[in-house]
Design a protein around this ligand. Structure first.
Ligand code: ATP
Ligand code: MG
Length: 404
């Protein structure tokens, strides 16, 4: 068979609905894909009739094309990706490409051909193409039935101005919006299970994530910082995270522990964390904070305590997991690829100077009274200044990853 050029067709639903923003979203998705596919032999990425088409170099083998499709499927903004071939506007070539596409579509008991012409200058109509191409593919796969309704495999044939695209293997994408189409957020990133999932959810809705990790250093080791770096590298693969600030937080916690009533310690730690995150958000021009909290999961996640921590900052605080059960979060972390990293134990500031019985229903006036006399504003600027930035490759952040 002739060698046809490999392509991946990228479909996006939600973006298609976004009226006048559509061009900007498409452009953002295209740029993100270009950067994330850098390791693959991509010639170019073009917009064709409401889709993006990734053209791979002549001679790219099947395994590499399928691997590229698997990478594309995980990129926010991608609703579906189909893997196939570009050929000439010639029925024989379409049949050949269709047979090749069917062969890598996985086991199937039934199929159909769905042909479209975006240029009516091609003399054969779509129904006729379905019949001709479908008939000849059917001859090559006598054991696979032709079925119009819900077939196992649909062979797509799209005839455009000077080429035809033929594909069969297709997988759902992760959905959402392209990273960079919804601004920036600062996400409080522990090495636990929840906050990486929360960060990812915001990125999937188009936000560039900038993480802040509070380390117990110098009162603890830097073990949690390494786990957070591993987590950031997972998020980096789909272009979700631009930077993580590591804040050595142990000494301030120690001072709070010495000065404040034990039951309110955790709230005071958390208010200080939020304020530092807000200061970093101001410096990074981010529009919101994000946490991995889920209602009632631990003492600090009661409505009363959430109110006391939110009152420390002006920025909106988003908690994408607030109504999610732990088991659901674990499943999401497994899917995302952070669960194993997060399951490793590392002391961070959460394990440091914990009171025996933390307050579960703090009252804001008591909290403010406990904070009085503490040099909170000074700590906020000192901690923000001391925050150590670690950069990750994020196509939507407009900078290149520094060499390690
Ligand atoms: P996670 O699994 O995300 O650590 P958790 O269930 O352990 O969450 P907490 O420890 O109460 O819950 O933390 C609640 C949220 O506060 C976290 O999801 C995260 O957003 C933030 N947070 C907690 N510890 C840290 C930390 N050391 N650095 C940055 N953010 C933190
Ligand atoms: Mg935690």
């Amino acid at each position: 068979m002739a060698e046809y050029q490999r392509i991946c067709l990228v479909h996006y639903h939600e973006i298609g609905l976004k009226g006048h923003n559509r061009a900007a979203f498409e452009q953002r998705l295209l740029k993100n894909l270009e950067a994330l596919l850098a390791p693959f032999p991509v010639v170019t990425i073009h917009r064709i009739s409401g889709r993006l088409c990734v053209f791979l170099k002549e001679g790219t083998d099947s395994a590499v094309a399928l691997e590229a499709a698997a990478v594309i499927a995980k990129v926010p903004g991608v609703a579906r990706v189909s893997c196939g071939y570009k050929c000439e506007r010639d029925l024989d070539q379409m049949v050949e490409a269709g047979i090749a596409a069917m062969s890598e579509a996985g086991p199937a008991e039934s199929f159909k051909v769905h042909a479209r012409r975006s240029h009516t200058d091609f003399p054969v109509g779509s129904l006729e193409m379905n019949r001709i191409v479908g008939g000849r593919i059917s001859d090559a796969f006598p054991q696979v039935a032709v079925k119009m309704k819900d077939p196992d495999v649909t062979v797509g044939v799209e005839v455009v101005q000077n080429a035809a695209y033929v594909y069969a293997r297709s997988e759902p994408g992760i959905g959402g919006l392209p990273v960079g189409s919804s601004g920036r957020v600062v996400s409080l990133l522990s090495s636990g299970i929840d906050s990486p999932v929360a960060s990812w959810k915001m990125a999937r809705r188009g936000a560039v994530v900038i993480g802040v990790h509070f380390s117990g250093r110098p009162q603890t080791s830097d073990a949690s910082e390494w786990l957070v770096d591993d987590i950031a590298r997972v998020l980096e693969k789909t272009g979700c995270i631009a930077r993580v600030y590591v804040v050595p937080f142990g000494d301030c916690q120690r001072e709070i522990a010495l000065a404040a009533p034990p039951s309110l310690r955790v709230i005071l730690y958390r208010r200080l964390m939020f304020k530092v995150a807000e200061e970093l958000a101001r410096r990074e021009k981010a529009g919101a904070l994000v946490t991995g909290e889920s209602l009632g999961q631990v003492a600090s996640q009661t409505l009363d305590n959430i109110r006391c921590t939110d009152a420390a900052v002006d920025l909106p605080v988003f908690r994408p997991l607030i109504g999610t059960d732990k088991l659901e979060i674990i499943h999401e972390a497994e899917r995302l690829g952070t669960f194993e990293i997060s399951s490793q134990d590392a002391p961070d500031c959460c394990t440091l100077f914990m009171p025996r019985s933390p307050e579960t229903h703090a009252k804001l006036p008591d909290v403010l009274a406990a904070e009085e006399g503490l040099p909170i504003e000074r700590w906020v600027s000192e901690l923000a200044d001391a925050a150590e930035p670690h950069d990750y490759a994020c196509p939507a952040f407009g900078k290149r990853k520094k060499d390690a």
